[in-house]
Design a protein around this ligand. Structure first.
Ligand SMILES: Cc1ncc(COP(=O)(O)O)c(C=O)c1O
Length: 423
């Protein structure tokens, strides 16, 4: 069979496009953070990962432009060879300080940070314990690592403990979890994970891509929220820190190991100067002005209250990511289209990004959202609420999900696939 024959198998995409429901790769014509221009119209952006609203902060832009002028447009090489700038080292020092840690390592993206760190750390004799809903790049890292993977049911500590018990106590173990899960805004039960890690001699690894700048003291993330340490904290600059790139925080030994063994670090060009400087300035602003985190939380509380008054189910999210549960995939896609027409940009989350019948609309707030922005969103949701409430009453129609599933063509996300949680 021709290698490319599989590429004809995205019929569902065309069906959705024809129905005007295709929700991906929407082209933005402009953005100022909490507002975006789409099809010539200004919309309130209600689903960005720009959690601190810093992408258009003049201080961040200026720092980035200055770095561009001083250092040029790219590093043109790996940090190991010719691309290691004083700017990278400064950012690493500041990240470590922010977490009260000794060292950190900056990667060219969060995806590369996870993939590189997991593969470098989990050797053939080691065991990785991974939440089934962890991000695609953790899954990718697990699949590429030589260590044995044990997938535990989402947030299920009993299951995690059973799996920990199934391997020798003296073997190397890594428990890895998202700190804040990006679709629901839910937090991992890190207090219990930490306890199990201590009991079973395991190391803990938190992916705090959505925790940094969102939860914890001054936005210091999940471990800080629980007042507990973590062996490894991974983060990204592509969300709260308004840039690109990722990082790992750990002990100097671990960081030095990664510096020499993480293939995505050694064999990939260093983070571009403009991105490095933008992340550095954003981190400085977060450190000196933690009020932004509080303002986001206040905006989230306002929006959640408004949704709940409309009878909408926000799944008890404790963070500034606010899901509006719908259930049915097609209703969700339709509602998102309606919201666009009503001036609000949101993200639909359908199977396989969430389990079948659990489709939702993902909203998130920024400190830069005004009350007027939030009210525009609430008024729009008021208009679509009848369709959502009707979906709560109707049995879930998962035709779209089934069609996707039959095609074996997940549209947006990677799941643990072959490595399902053990029964
Ligand atoms: C939980 C999580 N981890 C890691 C990443 C990857 O980060 P980056 O965008 O820096 O590659 C993401 C990005 O979506 C994420 O949501």
């Amino acid at each position: 069979m021709d290698l490319f024959s599989k590429t004809k198998g995205l019929g569902i995409v065309n069906t959705l496009r024809q129905a005007g429901l295709y929700p991906f790769y929407r082209i933005l014509e402009g953005t100022i953070g909490n507002n975006v221009k789409y099809h010539g119209k200004n919309l309130v952006m209600m689903s960005s990962n720009n959690y601190l609203g810093l992408t258009h902060d003049p201080r961040v832009i200026e720092a980035s432009v200055n770095a561009l002028r001083y250092w040029g447009t790219g590093c043109t090489g790996s940090r190991a060879l010719n691309g290691n700038l004083a700017l990278h080292e400064e950012l690493e020092k500041k990240i470590a300080e922010f977490y009260g840690a000794e060292s950190a390592l900056v990667f060219a993206s969060g995806f590369l940070a996870n993939q590189g760190a997991i593969t470098a750390l989990a050797g053939a004799d080691d065991h990785i314990f991974s939440d089934e809903e962890n991000h695609a790049c953790i899954i990718e890292g697990c699949q590429l690592a030589e260590g044995k993977i044990h997938v535990y049911r989402h947030g299920d500590m009993k299951h995690l403990e059973e799996l920990l018990q199934s391997v020798p106590l003296d073997s190397g173990k890594l428990i890895i979890t998202d700190g804040v899960f990006s679709m629901t805004g839910h937090m991992a039960p890190y207090d219990q994970i930490y306890k199990l890690a201590k009991q079973y001699n395991a190391r803990t690894y938190i992916d705090d891509a959505h925790g940094l700048g969102v939860v914890g003291k001054g936005g210091r993330g999940t471990a800080s929220h629980f007042g507990l340490p973590a062996d490894i904290i991974m983060g990204t600059f592509s969300k709260s820190l308004a840039s690109q790139g990722g990082f790992i925080v750990a002990t100097p030994d671990v960081i030095d190991w990664l510096r020499h063994k993480a293939r995505t670090f050694v064999f990939s060009a260093a983070l571009a100067p403009a991105s490095t400087a933008a992340a550095l300035k954003s981190l400085e602003i977060l450190t000196s002005d933690p009020c932004r985190v509080e303002k986001s939380a206040a905006n989230a509380a306002y929006l959640k209250r408004g949704f709940e008054q409309l009878g909408l189910n926000t799944l008890g999210s404790p963070s500034t990511i606010i899901p509006v549960f719908i259930g049915d995939d097609s209703v969700t896609l339709g509602v998102c289209q309606n919201l666009l027409q009503l001036g609000v940009f949101t993200t639909p989350v359908v199977y396989p990004a969430v389990p079948k019948g659990n489709a939702l609309i993902r909203c998130s707030v920024m400190p830069t959202h005004t009350k007027e922005d939030l009210d525009i969103a609430l008024n729009a949701f008021k208009r679509v609420a009848p369709a959502i409430l009707a979906a709560y009453q109707a049995p879930n129609k998962t035709a779209l999900a089934d069609e996707l599933n039959n095609m074996g063509q997940p549209l947006t996300v990677q799941t643990h696939q072959g490595i399902q949680p053990q029964a």
